[in-house]
Design a protein around this ligand. Structure first.
Ligand SMILES: Cc1cc2nc3c(=O)[nH]c(=O)nc-3n(C[C@H](O)[C@H](O)[C@H](O)COP(=O)(O)OP(=O)(O)OC[C@H]3O[C@@H](n4cnc5c(N)ncnc54)[C@H](O)[C@@H]3O)c2cc1C
Length: 575
């Protein structure tokens, strides 16, 4: 099947905080570059940056410092983060928040004296989370999208990237194959450089928070292209996903961390606080600890009526809660729950992938011409991401990527001849559901994936459960590889069954990598908890997992962390 050819200097895959910041910075560096943003949904309206609630971590206030933000990030990440990446994050966040305010026009909440208000988030030693009420991402994305539109940057909306295409001799990237969701037409985009910014998104778990367009496409494309990925076993579960019933996609949607930061209580089924049994920081412990504590209560049967626990805010004063958390109160109200005055049922929910493509602080990867930023990248957060460091990560590194790519294109950029076998193989894989074969139930595959990943490779894992998950994933991959779509679903334009199928192919592939990495890590560390190895990893011997696809097999090795700025037991803060 034929692919229409398009040419551009810079192809950006994904239009979240990372993708749009990269577009703006690359344009600022060289207004003559042709920049194309390809995005699965509508620019400005999709992805997780728009869903950011609580806010953005940055060391601004007197008494705070980049060293303190850095130490919180490293300790929260169980000494697994790449320290140079974390250092770039905490320093870059200051520049980026000023840019968001002064150049892009974002309004963040202020104190009566005019300074920016910063609120408490869990796992941090200083209240440093900048926010716009409790729906910060809408402010950031609206302003970013306006600026991108104003610069005439080319858009390919409702185009999904299918594969990264190297040049014929494999020495650099040549472009990417895309599928136009509106028509079903294939497009090959030849580009001098490509930024991968499709934003991860662990939607393979029964309860999850990310937007529906996220299915780990970037990670699957990177695996297929032979790139090394790190920390894939580190899947973050947010402790407080709304439990709204099995009939609604609102179940799993996140109720933001600031609720616990402000003093919200978690109560078991009998109405008793329980966090004192798990961590002295109580509800303000890091997400991994609180999620595991809730999961333990659930497994012990001390649950609320629908199998979760209660989040209770009423003791802080309903009017105060309504004022501070308007968005959350309204979201719960839409589902029939009173967050301000009563209690709401919550359950841990898969939220964020700490793991991703290995990259350097200038966003380069091992493949020349391929850059990565945002949630598709790995190494910034280690074993656990602090709330508020996610959007900082995507905007800081998105901007860096834009600068770095513009400079790289000036010296090394060229349109290269693509490896046509890779284009043909990508199209053949995408076409496979249209073949004649046994029709399969896509919804059923998703259910089995959700159940297996939640029960067997989720908040608590062990060798036996991971073996079961690996076997289930093998079976699901086989079904997707050989089955076919029912004949009623064979239209190409806006064929959502087809796109569900393609999403599932990627989710199953990345799930296999998660399971493989979790099998390789025989200890418990941050978000990764092995019931058969409950002891914490020794931070001095911290090592991360690296997964690479070779042929049909996923290879995993452990790489020691280099403590380039501070060693376990030390601190950058003055005693
Ligand atoms: C409900 C929720 C609340 C959150 N709250 C916070 C918070 O308060 N603070 C914080 O720091 N972090 C928060 N996060 C995390 C934060 O949203 C992410 O860390 C960050 O926004 C990721 O940015 P990104 O640019 O990498 O990805 P995204 O913003 O998700 O953008 C990814 C883009 O890639 C596109 N895409 C995906 N696949 C393809 C494909 N195959 N082809 C083309 N395009 C594709 C998507 O459509 C989207 O445009 C929250 C996340 C969620 C889900």
């Amino acid at each position: 099947m034929h692919a229409r050819r398009v040419e551009t200097d810079l192809l950006i895959l994904g239009a979240g905080g990372a993708g749009l910041f990269a577009a703006l910075h690359a344009h600022a560096a060289n207004a003559h570059l042709s920049i194309t943003v390809a995005v699965k949904g509508l620019l400005g309206k999709c992805g997780c940056t728009r869903m950011v609630q609580g806010g953005y971590n940055v060391a601004l206030a007197p008494g705070d410092s980049v060293e303190r933000h850095f130490m919180d990030t490293i300790v929260g990440g169980a000494w697994l983060p790449d320290q140079d990446l974390a250092w770039t994050l905490v320093n870059g966040a200051i520049e980026r928040i000023h840019e968001l305010e002064n150049e892009l026009g974002c309004f963040f909440d202020r104190n009566p004296d005019g300074s920016i208000h910063q609120k408490a988030f869990a796992g941090q030693t200083f209240d440093r989370t900048v926010h716009k009420g409790d729906l910060t991402g809408i402010e950031i994305m609206n302003r970013l999208a306006e600026q991108v539109w104003a610069r005439g940057i080319a858009r390919m909306e409702e185009h999904r990237a299918l594969a990264l295409v190297p040049c014929a001799d494999g020495s650099a990237l040549a472009g990417a194959v895309l599928l136009d969701i509106r028509t079903g037409e294939y497009v090959y985009v030849a580009a001098k450089a490509v930024l991968l910014a499709t934003g991860g998104g662990p939607t393979m778990y029964r309860y999850h928070t990310p937007s529906g367009d996220k299915s780990c496409d970037g990670l699957a494309m990177a695996l297929a292209a032979g790139l090394p990925l790190r920390d894939l076993e580190m899947v973050q579960f947010h402790p407080t996903g709304l439990l709204a019933g099995a009939h609604t996609r609102m179940t799993g949607t996140v109720l933001e961390e600031g609720l616990r930061g402000a003093g919200g209580y978690l109560l078991d089924g009998a109405g008793e606080r329980f966090m004192q049994r798990y961590d002295p920081r109580l509800e303000r412990a890091t997400r991994d600890i609180v999620s595991r504590a809730i999961y333990a209560e659930m497994r012990a049967g001390r649950t609320s009526p629908h199998g979760g626990v209660w989040l209770s805010m009423a003791h802080l004063g309903p009017d105060n809660v309504r004022r501070q958390f308007k968005g959350m109160v309204e979201r719960c109200g839409d589902c029939g729950f009173d967050l301000a005055g009563a209690r709401v049922e919550v359950v841990p929910t898969a939220h964020y992938m700490m793991g991703g493509v290995e990259f350097r602080a200038d966003c380069t990867t091992v493949l020349r011409g391929l850059f990565v930023a945002g949630e598709d990248s790995g190494g910034v957060h280690g074993a656990n991401r602090l709330g508020g460091n996610g959007v900082a990560n995507s905007t800081v590194f998105g901007g860096i990527a834009g600068d770095a790519i513009a400079a790289w294109i000036a010296h090394e950029g060229a349109l290269r001849d693509p490896d046509s076998d890779v284009i043909a193989a990508a199209i053949a894989t995408a076409e496979s559901p249209f073949r004649k074969g046994v029709p399969i139930d896509v919804e059923g595959v998703r259910e089995r994936l959700h159940t297996s990943m939640w029960d067997e490779a989720g908040i608590v894992r062990d060798a036996a459960s991971l073996r079961r998950a690996a076997a289930t994933l093998e079976g699901l991959a086989g079904e997707l590889a050989t089955g076919s779509m029912a004949s009623a679903a064979r239209e190409r334009a806006y064929n959502l069954t087809w796109h569900d199928w393609l999403n599932l192919q990627n989710l199953v592939e990345v799930s296999r990598a998660i399971v493989r990495a979790a099998q390789a890590r025989e200890d418990s560390c941050g978000a990764h908890y092995r019931a058969d190895f409950p002891q914490s990893a020794d931070p001095v011997a911290a090592a991360y997992t690296r997964i690479v696809r070779r042929g049909d097999a996923l290879h995993c090795e452990r790489i020691p962390v280099r403590f380039t700025r501070v060693r376990p037991g030390q601190s950058l803060l003055a005693a």
